[in-house]
Design a protein. Structure first.
Ligand code: GRG
Length: 324
């Protein structure tokens, strides 16, 4: 299988997992469920749940995935919720997303606001389902030591402990990364920075929160649920920070030189909204180099870990030249 085929197979696997948590379109409030499902099912790369699953596998190996699955759906719901709100007239005012008319164009503004709210809340309802999974006994996986070593193996107390503590940690990462200290906080500064020049510090702050926080949450939750120890979690965060920056800079680049038919959303949105981006601040060529630098830093961190997931590393490499 070449990488494109592998990516397709992994995307299908993620789709199968996350769509199982969507609401049935029924009851008096059926319209909002339709609007939520419309946006969620429009496609998208499913990058965040994929990063979560593959980081989980990096530490958990081939152990079953039921504990991470509700979190995969939850993070994609939060991401989709943010896209719906980001496209609203009060924000970027965009008409196309994921190759379709945006939610407010199809369902009206009020229903789009409610669909975003609905997905955000459903995300936490869904993540909580991880507590209903039968307890697993994932061993702690250490970052250091040269080989994959397990703490707690042979220790009765650790062996019988449900992973509810890891789920609790994962829930708190998800909540904090979504709100004012994470994605939403970044969006606030982004909105306030429109129409004025900003420096690199402020731009990096926006990127690390607006885009980076959910990417970090995805990988860190995968690591926590997979049983990574604190040192390994820190290294995953370092990799995720670089992936998040590279991903947003590539988003800036594609907004200038991308193809709307491939992207599924309009190009030129940043210019329309008078946004400072990496491209306006550092130029196109330097931005392309920046994507490579940040991605290579992330790859180096992943390759330095004693445990390996070759697909995860290949995915980060692939993202450098992504066209959508
Ligand atoms: C939902 C709590 C809450 C707040 C919303 C509007 C908003 C606050 C935040 C916007 C955040 C945002 C849109 C950041 C940009 C991140 C980004 C690069 C999105 C594109 O992600 P892709 O390329 O999209 O992964 P697909 O469609 O492939 O999933």
């Amino acid at each position: 299988m070449n990488f494109k085929e592998e990516l397709q197979a992994h995307t299908s696997e993620v789709e199968r997992i996350i769509t199982a948590y969507l609401p049935k379109e029924e009851g008096y409030q059926k319209t909002v469920m339709e609007a939520m499902n419309y946006s969620f099912l429009a496609g998208g790369k499913r990058l965040r749940p994929m990063l979560m699953l593959e980081t989980y596998r990096l530490f958990a190996g081939s152990r079953e995935t039921s504990v991470v699955e509700p979190f995969m759906a939850a993070i994609e719901m939060i991401h989709t919720s943010s896209l719906i709100h980001d496209d609203l007239p009060a924000m970027d005012n965009d008409e196309y997303r994921r190759g379709r008319k945006t939610t407010h164009i199809v369902y009206g503004e009020a229903m789009a606001i409610l669909a975003g709210d609905g997905l955000l809340n459903l995300a936490f309802e869904t993540a909580l389902k991880a507590l209903e999974q039968k307890p697993q006994i994932p061993p702690l996986v250490k970052a250091a030591g040269g080989s994959m070593s397990e703490c707690g193996a042979g220790n009765d107390a650790e062996e019988t402990k449900p992973d509810s503590q890891r789920v609790q940690t994962a829930l708190s990462i998800l909540a904090r990364s979504t709100g004012i200290y994470g994605m939403m906080g970044g969006q606030v500064v982004d909105v306030e920075s429109e129409g004025m020049p900003i420096d690199r510090d402020r731009l990096d702050f926006i990127y690390e929160l607006k885009t980076g926080a959910l990417i970090n949450a995805a990988m860190l939750i995968g690591a926590v649920l997979g049983g990574a120890d604190r040192e390994a979690q820190n290294r995953i965060s370092e990799a995720a920070r670089n992936i998040g920056l590279a991903f947003q800079i590539q988003d800036d680049i594609l907004d200038v030189i991308g193809d709307q038919a491939v992207l599924g959303k309009p190009v030129g949105s940043d210019q329309k909204n008078e946004k400072t981006t990496y491209v306006t601040l550092r130029g196109l060529e330097q931005s392309v180099r920046d994507v490579e630098v940040f991605s290579n830093r992330a790859i180096a961190v992943l390759e330095d870990l004693p445990m390996k997931n070759t697909y995860l590393t290949a995915l980060v490499k692939y993202l450098i030249g992504r066209e959508k």
